[in-house]
Ligand binder design. Structure first.
Ligand code: MSP
Length: 667
């Protein structure tokens, strides 16, 4: 059986995972699940990077022992990853003994190769990147990623003769063109190599938090050198030779585009120096943006992935991130877009299809479907979509893989609309035709569900159960997804897989935190613990199909009204803008100082594209007064300004046509 060893970047634990870091793990999980489905013996490793200075600082701020802090954060990370249904086989932490032993062994080998020497470093260091920076790397004196001023440091360091590896790396890039994907990242690294490499520091002085240099315990190993080695120590380097031989070299490191230099230059050079094979490929994915900014805790633009999971289960979020963002490019997350895709892809297209075929199977064939002739045109469409899917997934075009599966879904929905099984059923002489049409639709759904197993594992398994595929989940293979015009299927009707959500554009806030929707959870799914949505939720939409599987009549009015008590929970107040200034490095955000009658507050609002700061000063606005504070671009915002954005365009502030004093309640 071919093997596939896949890893993700290991995360800093100075804050909880956010949607951006989760994106990487979900994408890697989709690849790992695809490889298993395609018959590879797959080993998928994730982990935590615990020796960073920020982690140490954070523990100290909390008055916690650093290791106890890391233990607590590891539990939080694992909880999030499990709720996202990530199928990792191992989770490595850099404070584990197995890791420390392997790191020291690798540095020993680099030393023995004559590649480590003692010297002094003087220059910039960005603690958030944990990276030594050159003047040319900075923008206006700031780290371009974290927008903070780096520290100027001068200390004794051990250096790695990276400069010796310029040529071997260039040769490696020639010999293995697939080493760095996508091409845009490969070209970036090639340009860097062509310019020649400088030696780099591999230790830090005067720090206790880290792994000691083997020959000089007064210095600790630079956190990036420590972290990169996790990919080898997780499969036994330095502790378990057999395991290491079984899995090394890694087939794929999945990492973000900000850390390709570490993975595509420093890491392979370290391995070459230690006499070890280099990984087969590194995939540098893009960033998930929120309102045009990289999603990041330190920039205050992070979204909590569990907000989506608590309300929808993990699968809609997984599908959105994989299907809507071309893997390798940057993409945006907004709740509006997420709700829209949920309704279109899941509620309308896939969910409706599953429900229609099961409903018709029950109504016309007592739930039992078997072929009664030759398959119709769906068989051809599904077969070509499956081939396309393999091609896309093999080159990690995950969005293309998802799109191929949805081509089958769309084709099956169209097939139902054009063949009109309910009309065939009225003609007793067309019984065989009806059996075949229904069987074809069920078979198309089965194939699409197998293809979607990597993206929406829980839901795809449920769909397979409903269309009568009794194969145990660990025995389902991609080879088994070929069209089978044989056998009997017993279909099962169930609750709506994805009840529609009502999207509410009216009160979208241009301010700090987006409104998080509260749609129904999938009733068939295991309940997800949710402190905020523990009460049972009634589906907001009418059923997607009628009793005989025909399209439903025009939707009846949906009752999503709230009581006066619900409304009164929102404390809306009049406020006056005292001062306004654009938030540096942001197109959309403006920082407001406002008078709310009883106090002055700071608030950040996303209205900079529509209003100049001068236009805002003295203006009367309406704000949500009792909103929990949130940080945006490092500024704490206390409240939310009300505005309307017609057709998603520029926002217009809510206002009055008479003077109303600051502090007046709006109701
Ligand atoms: N600890 C280092 C990685 C060491 S790997 C040997 C690190 N940690 S991190 O927590 O800052 O980031 C972890 C991963 O998440 C990185 O691959 C990073 O690129 C990715 N992302 C962080 N923010 C992201 C987005 N907004 N969008 C997509 N990926 C994001 O770097």
């Amino acid at each position: 059986m071919p093997r596939f060893y896949i890893t993700t970047a290991i995360d800093y634990v100075n804050s909880r995972p956010h949607l951006g870091t989760a994106y990487e793990k979900i994408a890697a999980d989709v690849i790992a699940r695809y490889k298993r489905l395609a018959g590879f013996d797959t080993h998928f490793v994730m982990g935590n990077d615990e020796h960073s200075q920020n982690v140490f600082k954070k523990a100290r701020e909390n008055d916690e022992d650093p290791l106890a802090y890391c233990d607590r954060m590891a539990r939080e990370f694992l909880d999030v990853w499990q709720r996202l249904d990530l199928s990792f086989d191992d989770f490595i932490r850099t404070t584990e003994p197995r890791h420390k032993a392997g790191v020291q062994e690798l540095v020993r080998r680099m030393t023995a190769a004559g590649d480590i020497y003692e010297g002094h470093y003087e220059g910039w260091y960005c603690v958030s990147c944990e990276a030594f920076k050159q003047e040319k790397d900075l923008v206006d004196g700031l780290c371009p990623i974290h927008r903070t001023k780096p520290d100027w440091i001068r200390e004794k360091n051990y250096f790695f003769r990276l400069s010796n590896y310029t040529q071997p790396l260039l040769e490696h890039f020639q010999a293995q063109p697939e080493f760095v994907v996508p091409d845009v990242r490969r070209n970036e690294i090639l340009r860097l190599l062509e310019g020649g490499l400088d030696d780099i520091s591999v230790s830090r002085a005067g720090q206790a938090w880290g792994i000691p240099m083997p020959e000089d315990p007064s210095s600790v190993i630079y956190v990036w050198v420590d972290a990169l080695i996790n990919y080898a120590t997780a499969v036994g380097f330095g502790t378990d030779t057999l395991l290491f031989e079984q899995w090394w070299p890694a087939d794929l490191h999945v990492i973000g585009k900000d850390i390709t230099r570490f993975h595509c230059v420093i890491w392979p050079a370290m391995l070459m120096s230690a006499g070890l094979p280099v990984p087969r490929a590194v995939f540098g994915h893009g960033w998930v943006h929120f309102r045009g900014e990289k999603m990041s805790k330190s920039l205050g633009t992070a979204i909590e992935p569990l907000d989506a999971v608590q309300r929808f289960g993990p699968d809609p979020l997984r599908l959105y991130l994989v299907k809507e963002i071309a893997f390798g490019s940057d993409g945006d997350f907004t709740w509006e877009r997420f709700e829209e895709r949920y309704n279109v892809d899941l509620a309308n297209n896939l969910g409706n299809l599953v429900s229609r075929v099961a409903t018709m199977a029950e109504k016309y064939r007592e739930g039992r479907l078997a072929p009664a002739g030759e398959p119709g045109r769906l068989a051809e469409i599904a077969t070509s979509a499956l081939a396309e899917y393999r091609q896309q997934m093999d080159r990690f075009a995950l969005e293309g893989g998802a799109a191929a599966a949805f081509r089958i879904v769309d084709a099956a929905n169209e097939y139902i609309a054009s063949t009109e099984p309910w009309a065939i059923a009225r003609d007793a002489s067309r019984g065989a035709e009806l059996s075949q049409v229904l069987f074809d639709v069920a078979e198309a759904v089965r194939i699409a569900a197998v293809m979607l197993l990597p993206m929406i594992p829980g839901s795809a398994r449920e769909i397979l159960r409903r269309v009568g595929d009794g194969t145990p989940p660990d025995r389902i293979t991609l080879d088994g997804a070929v069209w089978r015009n044989a056998g009997e299927r017993v279909l099962i009707k169930g609750a709506a897989l994805w009840p529609r959500v009502e999207t509410n554009q009216k009160l979208r806030s241009p301010s700090v935190k987006e409104n998080v929707p509260t749609p129904p959870t999938a009733p068939w799914a295991p309940p997800v613990a949710s402190p905020s949505t523990s009460e049972a939720v009634t589906p907001l939409s009418p059923p997607a199909t009628t009793d005989n599987g025909a399209p439903p009549p025009a939707a009846s009015p949906v009752d999503s009204r709230i009581t006066i008590d619900d409304f009164m929970k929102v404390d809306l107040r009049v406020a006056k803008v005292l001062a306004a200034e654009k938030v540096p490095n942001s197109r959309k955000l403006v920082k407001l100082s406002i008078d709310v009658g009883t106090e002055q507050r700071t608030l950040v609002a996303g209205i900079a594209e529509a209003y100049e700061p001068e236009q805002l000063v003295g203006r009367t606005i309406v704000m949500v007064f009792n909103l929990k504070p949130a940080k945006l671009m490092g500024i704490e915002s206390n409240g939310m300004v009300l505005a309307a954005s017609p057709d998603g365009g520029k926002p217009t502030l809510v206002g009055f046509n008479a003077d109303v004093p600051a502090g007046t309640r709006v109701r």
